[in-house]
Design a protein around this ligand. Structure first.
Ligand code: HT7
Ligand code: ZN
Length: 850
């Protein structure tokens, strides 16, 4: 398959003004008629041009230009679409009419028009519309769509305003990737919203009958998102109807189709008994994210798919701001950075590293990555801190004013900031083009009343990129006096060179530095710091992110010492943890984050960065030892804490109650280290009236190999609820003791409920095993690798998109010892050698291997 390059971008030969689509739905023989008004692109003076339309897996029934039917020999059809010779194509414009047939039931890729549990559904981003009809399926071609749907089902939905009888009109020009159609036996949960200018908007969440009772939280999140976008960004909704549909079979989280968002049902449906606090948090964040796309993505879209971060980075940044406002900025920031390091830093450090704006791809679906999304959001966060809040708002106002209705590039985005803030961002723009995580070191020199800080920056080589330039790194820095107060005002130090010094004057004592507050840039910071200084920052830093970071660094350095040098547990660490655990002045959610030790994968990465191959079994054992030491130190407090943290009354999903449950879950995990029979976890499981507490008890029991009865009881209780049974699969493989994990996973693949063609179910078991059970996956004999590869091979012909994403489980193969490395390489090669491997998986596996 060809490599697509940003440098090859050309405008299309034709534009499209209007599209009329008629669907006659049928599970195996859906007919789609299109009438498309094309006009010539006067900027393309290199004509005359053939008409080249994208199309895939379509049966062409008929086609005409300006009502003249095209003969079979006038249409050249190949695997990617069709071409009509230029002499049959009026170059300044024409009406294209065409009828095609597709088979939604046979479409297991969940891309294009497909069926999920008897319901018709579409997914068109990035290039799925071409599986619905022949079209210019590229984001810079924006057109006004009118749709008519005929089908043997009660609910027929598409984008825009409802004209009745299955007819829809969307007045806002849009690219084809934002088209959507849903049809089926659905019921709606309704509400309404009055916009800032007093317009009434109908809100509808469509679900399968029986699920209406699980929509309230999603609806509440939607209304809060709509208000927030008005107050914080001045953005008002622009149709009189906004719909969300929940579907069970979906490759990703959700999709922002204009006026008709389609969601993976796990990010819509929630009830206290079936959804965890984390589920509620994700529902709120993803509903907000998709809604915010209405302006950042839909009204202003991407010129081409290389510009994906233009909409995704900005929209992630906006949803993070929203969630911070709705919950706790400190806790959200810590959670986001944990995710960033676990997914994006891992990507940036491995064979799949690519810039926030990639410059080439084979399959665009492979570039919906942590780098484009999460690092893309970090880049906007840095811009925000560099220009300041007022300038940021001015720039965003200008962006919406200047580019509404357009398909834009990162250059357009940067120019808006340069114009609004009167600044030169050419060096800053390197964040978009250079892959890899910058590494920053710092030295401190104190003399007289002056502290001199000298920073260095290195920008590591990544696949295909060497000799990088220094980037602009904003480093928010605090200076702490020995008594913990701020010795000098916090500063934003802007490192914009490979080496740069800063002087801070007027100090009495040498301060303890609080560097990179709030994680002000997505970098790795290396500094000389003692554990005593870490403990000091954990106690005194006024920046909650750095307070947490100090505890995490402390744990990381101890664990590394235990793993690599057989060091004993430093008794000061459990004491420091105890001080946080019992400190009622601190937010419980924050205390829970401090108490949770660095993940096994984070430790593996840290050890690898020190130049050693990580041993997953030793990592597992060291974490257990340290957790036990903390539990022992806290043993006198644990039962008291546990009962004090109970949330009386009915379950509420708000951040305060969720924070208490989170700390109580951490305390329960500690209790189980010092309690022989896991009695507290067993009692919690039996008494739980909400999924958060039921699941945390179950996970604790499985970890301690005490959960057989509860695993069965959980299944008996929840077998009719697909989303809960997904959790049941995950908790067993993620929490299983390492030596049993492969066998548990293999046995579960034989379970009658393991419907592996459903992406949620597949991920719950296969990704749950490979990504959440480090020592189990990396079992010495390679059984984990073989199991994982078997299932990737099985899924690839059915659903290449999901398979390719899952291959990331192997992306760290070079971290490990020679034997494990060879075993993983052999499995990767087995996949790469398959004769009919999808281009999605071939691209990812090829990169991982190289
Ligand atoms: N913009 C959406 C991306 C998406 C997607 C991409 C490829 C294949 C399937 C997909 N489903 C959704 C979701 C978002 O970022 O908001
Ligand atoms: Zn998005």
């Amino acid at each position: 398959p060809p490599t697509i390059r940003l440098s090859d971008y050309q405008q299309p030969e034709f534009w499209i003004e209007t599209v009329d689509l008629h669907f006659k739905l049928h599970p195996t023989q859906t007919r789609v008629r299109s009438r498309i008004a094309f006009k010539g692109n006067t900027d393309r003076t290199d004509g005359p041009h053939d008409l080249r339309l994208h199309g895939q897996d379509l049966k062409l029934i008929s086609a005409s230009i300006n009502s003249t039917a095209l003969k079979a020999d006038e249409i050249l059809i190949d695997a990617e679409g069709l071409s009509i010779p230029a002499d049959l194509v009026p170059q300044d414009g024409f009406l294209w009419e065409c009828e095609v047939e597709t088979n939604p039931q046979a479409n297991t890729s969940l891309n294009g028009l497909y069926m999920s549990n008897g319901m018709y559904c579409t997914q068109c981003e990035a290039e799925g519309f071409r599986k619905i009809t022949y079209y210019l399926d590229r984001p810079d071609v924006m057109a006004v769509f009118t749709v008519e749907i005929e089908g043997d089902v009660p609910v027929l939905l598409s984008n825009g305003n409802n004209l009745g009888d299955g007819k829809w009109h969307d007045p806002w020009p849009k690219p084809a990737y934002l088209f959507a159609l849903v049809a089926g036996d659905l019921v709606s949960y309704d509400d309404h919203f009055t916009t800032m200018n007093g317009r009434e908007v109908e809100l509808q969440i469509y679900v399968r009958p029986g699920d209406e009772s699980k929509c309230a939280y999603a609806m509440d999140s939607l209304k809060r998102s709509m208000r927030w976008d008005e107050t914080e960004y001045g953005r008002e909704y622009d149709l009189n109807l906004f719909m969300i549909v929940a579907v069970d079979d979906f490759n990703m989280g959700a999709m922002e189709n204009k006026g008709l968002n389609i969601f993976n049902s796990k990010y819509v449906l929630a009830s206290p008994k079936t959804a965890t606090d984390r589920d509620y948090e994700l529902i709120e964040g993803i509903i907000a994210h998709e809604y915010f796309h209405n302006w950042t993505g839909n009204r202003i879209t991407c010129r081409d798919w290389f510009q994906l971060c233009l909409k995704e980075g900005l929209t992630v940044y906006r949803d993070q701001q929203f969630s911070g406002d709705a919950r706790s900025h400190a806790v959200n920031r810590i959670e986001n950075v944990l995710q960033l390091r676990a997914r994006q830093f891992r990507e940036d450090a491995g064979p799949l590293a690519h810039p926030v704006r990639p410059e080439e791809y084979i399959e665009i679906n492979n570039f919906y990555t942590a780098t484009v999304y999460e690092k893309g959001a970090e880049v906007i966060g840095m811009l925000h801190s560099l220009v300041g809040a007022d300038n940021y708002r001015k720039a965003l106002d200008l962006y919406f004013e200047r580019h509404d209705g357009q398909a834009c590039t990162i250059e357009d985005w940067i120019k808006v900031f340069e114009d609004a803030c009167n600044t030169d961002l050419s060096q800053f723009a390197l964040w978009y083009s250079q892959a890899g995580t910058p590494r920053i070191t710092v030295t401190e020199d104190f003399s007289g009343d002056t502290l001199t800080l000298t920073f260095t920056q290195t920008n590591p080589d990544t696949p295909g990129q060497t000799g990088k330039k220094p980037q602009v790194v904003p480093i928010r820095t605090g200076f702490l006096s020995p008594d913990g107060s701020e010795a000098a005002p916090e500063q934003l130090l802007v490192l914009d060179a490979g080496l740069k010094s800063f002087e801070i004057n007027g100090l009495v004592d040498k301060p303890t530095l609080s560097l990179l507050r709030g994680f002000s840039a997505p970098v790795v910071l290396e500094r000389q710091i003692t554990n005593a200084e870490r403990a000091f920052l954990l106690t005194h830093d006024s920046d909650p992110f750095n307070q947490w970071e100090a505890g995490r660094d402390y744990a990381l350095s101890l664990l590394q010492g235990m793993i690599l040098n057989d060091a004993d547990v430093d008794p000061a660490f459990p004491k420091a943890m105890r001080a946080v655990a019992v400190n009622e002045a601190l937010d419980p959610a924050f205390r829970a984050l401090v108490l949770s030790l660095p993940s096994e994968d984070a430790l593996a990465q840290a050890i690898f960065e020190q130049g050693t191959s990580p041993d997953p079994d030793a990592i597992y054992a060291a974490r257990q030892t340290l957790a036990k030491a903390v539990a022992t130190e806290l043993s006198g407090d644990l039962q008291g804490l546990y009962s004090d943290l109970a949330t009386p009354g009915p379950y509420t999903p708000d951040a305060e109650a969720a924070g208490k449950r989170s700390l109580r879950g951490a305390v329960l995990a500690l209790i189980s280290h010092v309690e022989a029979d896991c009695a507290t976890a067993k009692a919690q499981f039996a008494a739980a009236d909400n999924m958060t507490e039921q699941l945390s008890a179950l996970s604790t029991l499985i970890r301690h190999d005490q959960g057989d009865a509860e695993v069965q009881a959980f299944y008996d209780q929840w077998q009719a609820d697909r989303l809960v049974i997904d959790k049941w699969f995950t908790v067993q493989v993620a929490s299983a003791p390492a030596d049993k994990a492969v066998d548990v996973a293999r046995a579960l693949t034989q379970h009658k409920d393991f419907d592996w063609k459903n992406p949620n179910r597949y991920r719950s078991l296969i990704a749950g095993f490979a990504m959440m059970n480090l020592a189990g996956f990396h079992r010495k004999d390679g059984a984990g690798y073989e199991f994982f590869a078997d299932w990737l091979i099985k899924l690839d012909p059915v659903n290449p998109q999901t398979t390719a994403r899952m291959c990331g489980g192997f992306e760290t193969w070079r971290r490990y010892d020679a034997s494990r490395e060879q075993l993983m390489q052999a499995q990767l090669q087995r996949i790469a050698d398959l004769p009919d491997l999808s281009k999605d998986t071939a691209e990812i596996v090829g990169k991982i291997l190289n």
